[in-house]
Design a binder for this molecule. Structure first.
Ligand SMILES: C[S@@+](CC[C@H](N)C(=O)[O-])C[C@H]1O[C@@H](n2cnc3c(N)ncnc32)[C@H](O)[C@@H]1O
Length: 228
């Protein structure tokens, strides 16, 4: 996809216009090709994911769905956090990513689209989704969040991480440069663009929604914690 046309997003999102993204099929091909190299390019995500994993409040025996599990590196930490007696499932669109996760963790994996999680209602105590919603089409975000809510038990917790708008000079400059590159080629950015999701998460029916922004090496990430 060349360029990216901004689209009006649903009332429930934020005042920020969300850029359109690459197709789901293009995202799958991108991550199939990237494979384990995602570990090498994900250095800028490490601090936000460490914080998000802490906010998941993992305890032995919990059941966790990791949506867009990627190479499984973080999933191994999640798995350790619910042992003994817990259960984690890694979901991803990319078969390559799922093979990597299976090899790394031995955890059950599920090839599916984040926009339609194929599990019964109230199947998980926690849902973790890092750097995936920022790849999805804006129009699909409300339904995706509703699907996430459906599979979490009442009182269960969801933790989201996405690229977000800058909050400091360095992170604002980074996001301005990122958006300029994105406008030329969304595909070169893996379809990933900054989001601010708190309002949309509330509109999806979650409660206790709060957010924080973690800036690491000028890259701003939003962490959202919400309760079903
Ligand atoms: C940026 S990576 C993040 C991986 C991992 N969560 C992490 O933080 O390292 C995005 C992941 O989401 C997956 N993905 C992209 N679109 C998806 C979709 N519609 N449904 C499920 N997974 C998707 C990709 O295959 C890839 O593994």
């Amino acid at each position: 996809m060349r360029g990216a046309t901004p689209v009006k997003t649903p009332r429930s999102s934020t005042s920020t216009v969300i850029q359109e993204t690459i197709s789901t099929e293009a995202a799958r091909r991108f991550y199939d090709r990237l494979g384990v190299r995602h570990d090498w390019v994900g250095w800028w995500e490490a601090r936000a994911k460490a914080r998000a994993t802490q906010l998941l409040d993992l305890r032995p025996g919990l059941r966790v769905l990791d949506v867009g599990v990627g190479t499984g590196r973080d999933h191994a930490l999640v798995q350790a956090g619910v042992a003994p007696g817990g259960m984690t499932v890694g979901l991803d669109l990319s078969a390559v990513m799922l093979d990597l996760t299976r090899a790394r963790t031995g955890a059950p994996v599920c090839r599916a689209d984040a926009r339609a999680v194929p599990f019964a209602g109230a199947s998980f105590d926690r849902l973790f989704c890092a750097y995936v919603l920022d790849l999805l089409p804006a129009r699909d975000l409300p339904e995706t969040l509703a699907g996430f809510r459906r599979v979490i038990v009442p009182g269960g917790r969801m933790v989201l991480v996405t690229l977000t708008e800058g909050v400091s000079l360095s992170s604002r400059l980074f996001i301005a440069a990122w958006k300029a590159l994105y406008a030329v080629s969304a595909a070169a950015c893996g379809g990933c663009r900054p989001l601010q999701l708190a309002e949309m998460v509330r509109a999806a029916g979650f409660c206790g929604v709060w957010r924080e922004t973690v800036v690491h090496l000028a890259v701003p990430s939003e962490i959202i914690v919400a309760t079903r």
